[in-house]
Design a protein around this ligand. Structure first.
Ligand code: ZN
Ligand code: ZN
Length: 643
């Protein structure tokens, strides 16, 4: 065996073969020596797990792997290169633009520019055209390594780049990449030349502070996406179009459901229509809980003493809104972020017998959690919310049956909306209260109960609540996004901390266990998911406006009013649209508001005690039905809660 010369590098290929190359050899040459076809397909390489491009000299020995368009990591290289392509195009069209950074991000890339006037959609179209031209020119990305002085000279007109340059450590390699006349200060990696960039699209612009610092200048950020295949680009564009069409924040506005205000960030203001949906959901859960649950209400504000007992003060304080009362300067009270401790106080207010167990305290109380402003997003990330919460006090022997009952309850609830939850079992997290023996017991019991239900489930290690393990019900919405909603959590800690007891059949005192349960998670988040799941077209029972009655002319107005009256008396949310607009205009408006049924009344209908019914989503199709029959039909749909 011959030792490799001391100054050579050894590259180990995925199949175990090795190559010795001189330091400074370009990866492109190595790939070419492996095979011409591989070289044609190569986007970049991975050296010891780090991606580098084909034109960056090799400096270390180790594992060497070629990345082609099939590797997920190659997409980042493509997208970052697309950012260069964008900057190249912007500089051609707007030479005065000064350049910032242009990284790859999830699904795409962006590039920041400093310009005197914000970019317009027209600018974007011109940049995109120019990008296509630059791509066709097949300009190689040429790498150069420069001295600091030379680099400062190159970027003399780009203060943002000079700032970056001044921060580079003395021993750091300063590299530039050039395509055409455009030079960027960059460490790479990039695709070999601009012709690799075929399937891209610029999406939008937004203001962005230089380095995310609000004290620095505002830059113009252009977002784009890039893919290896046209099908992938098309599928992605379709996905974002669909997401936009279903975006609950936009639909919430269009359908007049809720709003937010800067004076109460993260807390929804519900309009009459939104409140109707909210109340319908709450009513549904109430109905399901009527037999076996006790609905209760407890305060929102508590002294810290309670949170110290519960463990929230130690493990959860940063998520709580702390306040001080007027007698104290200290922040020694908090709005409740969870209902549990208050339910324990209620439980402690009197003695309980084993005969009462399982005892289920259910509530819809208002909760507050201190999410940072930047994390707030529509109804999915809020500070104020309402859970369909429940705390169950039970004996250890009742756990299996109770978990089966609750799991079935939750699954049935979701089926009503056509949602299929995935069940996940989450175990002890890093930050927690209670000793390991208690956790062993809780995890063992909950897992056994879950297995007994026969529901298939996945494991989520470390994702439990800080006081106990849980079963989560995660729902995938119509766009394939996952949301954690319903939950069943087993808690051996709280009964210890709060000294909860019950009188057993032996007349001695025993410790119960506690189960925390939520069905929809929070109504806020659940409504957001429903809006997007149904794209705003709620099933009749949930729709804020179930029927809109449209008299064709003034003559039928009296009859129309009477029809609306009959519907309302029957319990249908019917509205009259007698605006002095054309019928077509009013129908279009009803369609936009996604009203399930429009009942048109013309002369013939008025005389025959009928309505011409247009069902949502059925186009121009119209069916003449007797008023009584129509009311019966709608009521049937409402009662069945059919989707
Ligand atoms: Zn770059
Ligand atoms: Zn709880």
């Amino acid at each position: 065996m011959i030792d490799r010369p001391a100054d050579m590098l050894t590259l180990t290929l995925p199949d175990g073969a090795t190559r010795d190359v001189a330091p400074g050899t370009l990866p492109g040459e190595v790939v070419k020596s492996i095979g011409e076809r591989l070289y044609q397909a190569a986007i970049a390489v991975e050296v010891n797990g780090t991606v580098q491009d084909l034109m960056t000299p090799l400096r270390e020995s180790g594992a060497f792997r070629v990345l082609t368009a099939r590797d997920a990591r190659a997409l980042d290289v493509l997208r970052h290169s697309a950012a260069h392509l964008l900057a190249t195009a912007v500089r051609r069209v707007r030479p005065e633009a000064r350049i910032g950074f242009g990284p790859a991000i999830e699904d795409g890339f962006y590039y920041d520019f400093e310009v005197d006037h914000p970019f317009t959609p027209d600018d974007l179209a011109r940049f995109e055209d120019e990008m296509a031209k630059v791509a066709k020119e097949k300009l190689p990305f040429v790498r150069a390594e420069l001295s600091r002085r030379d680099a400062e000279h190159v970027f003399a007109g780009d203060p943002l780049k000079l700032e970056r340059l001044s921060e580079l450590a003395d021993d750091e390699v300063i590299s530039t990449y050039t395509d055409g006349p455009f030079v960027d200060l960059c460490r790479g990696p990039h695709v070999p030349d601009t012709s690799y960039l075929k399937h891209f699209k610029l999406l939008n612009t937004a203001g962005a502070y230089w380095r995310g610092d609000e004290h620095r200048q505002m830059l113009q950020r252009i977002y784009g996406t890039a893919w290896f295949k046209k099908e992938d680009l098309d599928a992605y564009l379709h996905r974002i179009e669909e997401a936009k069409r279903r975006d609950h924040r936009l639909l919430g506005k269009q359908l007049d459901l809720f709003m937010f205000h800067q004076f109460s960030p993260g807390s929804a203001f519900w309009t009459e229509r939104g409140t109707t949906i909210f109340n319908e959901l709450m009513g549904y859960v109430r109905e399901l809980q009527r037999e076996k649950f006790q609905e209760v209400r407890t305060p929102v504000l508590y002294n810290k003493g309670l949170w110290e007992i519960s463990g929230h003060w130690g493990k959860y304080r940063e998520n709580m809104f702390l306040v001080h009362n007027n007698e104290s300067e200290e922040l020694d009270s908090s709005l409740k972020p969870m209902n549990c401790p208050s339910h324990y106080l209620l439980y402690l207010s009197r003695k309980h017998s084993y005969r009462e167990l399982p005892l289920r305290f259910a509530t819809f109380d208002t909760l507050h959690r201190n999410e940072v402003t930047g994390a707030l997003s529509g109804l999915t990330r809020v500070r104020q919310f309402h859970q369909d919460d429940c705390h169950i006090f039970l004996t250890e022997g009742q756990i299996a049956e109770e978990v089966r009952f609750l799991a079935q309850f939750i699954a049935d609830f979701y089926r009503t909306f056509g949602l299929r939850p995935a069940v996940r079992f989450a175990t002890r997290p890093e930050v927690r209260i209670g000793d390991d023996a208690l956790w062993d017991r809780a995890e063992g019991a909950l897992r056994a109960a879950l297995e007994a239900t026969g529901m298939p489930y996945e494991l989520k290690p470390g994702d439990g609540a800080f006081y106990g393990p849980k079963i989560d019900f995660d729902v995938t919405d119509s766009l394939g996004r996952l949301w954690q909603l319903g939950t069943i959590q087993l808690d051996y800690n709280a009964p210890e901390r709060f000294d909860l007891e019950y009188v057993g059949d032996d007349n001695a005192m025993h410790r119960p266990v506690v189960i925390h349960r939520a069905v929809s998670g929070s109504f806020e988040r659940f409504i957001a998911i429903l809006i997007e799941h149904f794209a705003g077209a709620f099933p009749v029972w949930l729709a804020p406006e179930q029927v809109r009655v449209l008299p064709i002319t003034d003559e039928m107005e009296g009859v129309a009013q009477a029809v609306v009256r009959r519907m309302r008396d029957a319990g249908i949310r019917a509205h009259l649209d007698d605006r002095k607009e054309t019928l077509n205009y009013r129908i279009r408006d009803g369609e936009m508001m996604k009203v399930p049924y429009m009942a048109v009344i013309g002369k013939r209908e008025a005389e025959g005690d009928t309505v011409a019914v247009r069902a949502r989503g059925e186009g121009k199709k119209q069916e003449v039905v007797g008023v009584g029959e129509f009311i019966g039909r709608v009521l049937g749909e409402i009662r069945a809660r059919s989707t």
